[in-house]
Ligand binder design. Structure first.
Ligand code: NAI
Length: 334
């Protein structure tokens, strides 16, 4: 069976090939790797393939799904947990098998959220450059002791829970908000309504999925409800945050720090080398001018362990598609 792998970076090839070598010999999978992301212009690359394997910024809207279906593609393998980039209703109408990787090292993303908080709080990114230039002044590097601070976790699922455990271990008070609170969270922190979490937390970390309900969950009103000087961390999905509202809150000095691994318009920027180009996105460029903003390019998942799990589970999902076995990781329209 041939599978067109879109948005394929060298590390995707390495880990998928390794998993394929260990796969059940009964299935022979041939991966065709494409650097291009999937959209209506690149869908034709999946010619002769029964499946496509995609990542967060590949676009599987109705026109793309119809184009893939016309080519004979019948399965969509997501190398990620989120599936907000797939038109599931159209996929169901066309009879697509859609499977994802629901969990892969939640700790990898939680640890990245911690890395962002620690970097921004203690300015280690600036200290690194400063010391290399022979400047040992401490001015501008002043941080806050995190011990005893209050951290609000929005979405106490797998990643939120792992993040909550880390901050609890650091001696922070942990608050959580989730419409379906996990019992495991109750032993770590206190479940509170969102407005109370925003009002009490020194650090707010977002770990809920992007849905129509959570789109721009962080907006002018919710930002105004946050503690003055607080830090906002988003390692979940860019669309949770209204970036223009965040810029207003940074300019008014109400929002103290912003750390993001995801950005609403990231699909035209992230996972590409744009260093020699002019970036047209003025909103992103405005964010870059703030000394109290830290951006990474969607690398929360990026550990050896997580990539091994993603590839292994993707191969198992493919095996279920090939054999017709029940796949535990199917994604269906609500
Ligand atoms: P999960 O499904 O285990 O947990 C999500 C939680 O959010 C659930 O408990 C759900 O009830 C809750 N939730 C839903 N609506 C909510 C709302 N309105 N307010 C508060 N909570 C709400 O998902 P998991 O594995 O923890 O992943 C969370 C998100 O992290 C994913 O949706 C994905 O967007 C993002 N992610 C980011 C990665 C990165 O590399 N930066 C990698 C993997 C996931």
């Amino acid at each position: 069976m041939k599978i067109a792998v879109f948005s394929a970076r060298p590390y995707d090839r390495r880990f998928l090939d390794e998993a394929n070598q260990h796969a059940d010999a009964a299935h022979s999978f041939e991966f065709l790797y494409f650097d291009a992301s999937l959209d209506i212009h690149t869908a034709a690359l999946a010619q002769d393939c029964e499946a496509v394997c995609v990542f967060v910024n590949d676009r599987l809207d109705a026109p793309v799904l119809h184009a893939l279906h016309a080519l004979g593609v019948r399965a969509i393998l997501l190398r990620c947990a989120g599936f907000n980039n797939v038109d599931l209703a159209t996929a169901a109408d066309l009879g697509f098998f859609v499977a994802r990787v629901p969990a892969y090292s939640p700790e990898a993303v939680a640890e990245h959220a911690l890395a962002l908080v620690m970097t921004l709080n203690r300015q280690t990114h600036r200290a690194y450059n400063r010391v290399r230039e022979g400047n040992f002044m401490l001015d501008g590097l002043l941080g806050r002791t995190l011990y005893g601070k209050t951290v609000g976790i929005v979405g106490t699922g797998k990643i939120g829970l792992a993040t909550a455990r880390i901050f609890k271990g650091m001696g922070c008070t942990v608050l959580g908000h989730d419409p379906y609170p996990s019992p495991a969270f109750e032993s770590i922190g206190e479940s509170v309504p969102l407005d109370e979490l925003l009002a009490r937390a020194d650090i707010v970390s977002l770990h809920c999925p992007l849905t129509p309900d959570t789109h721009h969950l962080i907006n002018d009103v919710s930002l105004a409800g946050m503690k003055a000087g607080a830090m906002l961390v988003n390692t979940s999905r860019g669309g949770l945050v209204d970036t223009q509202a965040v810029i207003r809150a940074l300019k008014s000095r109400h929002l103290g720090h912003l750390a993001i691994d995801v950005y609403e318009q990231e699909s035209v920027l992230f996972f590409q080398d744009r260093s020699g180009e002019i970036i047209d996105d003025d909103t992103f460029q405005r964010l870059m001018t703030f000394p109290n903003v830290l951006v990474t390019g969607h690398q929360g998942f990026f550990t050896v362990e997580a990539l091994q799990e993603i590839s292994g589970i993707t191969l198992r999902n493919l095996g279920d598609f090939a054999t017709g076995n029940t796949c535990p990781n199917l994604v269906t329209a609500a």
